[in-house]
Ligand binder design. Structure first.
Ligand SMILES: [Zn+2]
Length: 58
């Protein structure tokens, strides 16, 4: 079995664990077109946010 030659530094351990607290974005369905989108984001499908058209879709 392969064994590490050197002990990993506290810094490297911390760098690896820096992303451990990240969690998946909460998804909600758009009230206009009911596609799954992250919360607090303009819907990329219909361009609506907070019941108002914000972006023209292509
Ligand atoms: Zn939508």
């Amino acid at each position: 079995m392969a064994v590490p030659k050197r002990r990993q530094s506290n810094s490297r351990t911390g760098m690896r664990r820096a992303h451990d607290a990240k969690t998946a974005k909460q998804l909600a369905s758009c009230p206009k077109c009911s596609t799954q989108i992250p919360t607090h984001v303009v819907c990329p499908n219909c361009g609506y946010y907070m019941g108002r058209k914000v972006v023209d879709e292509q």
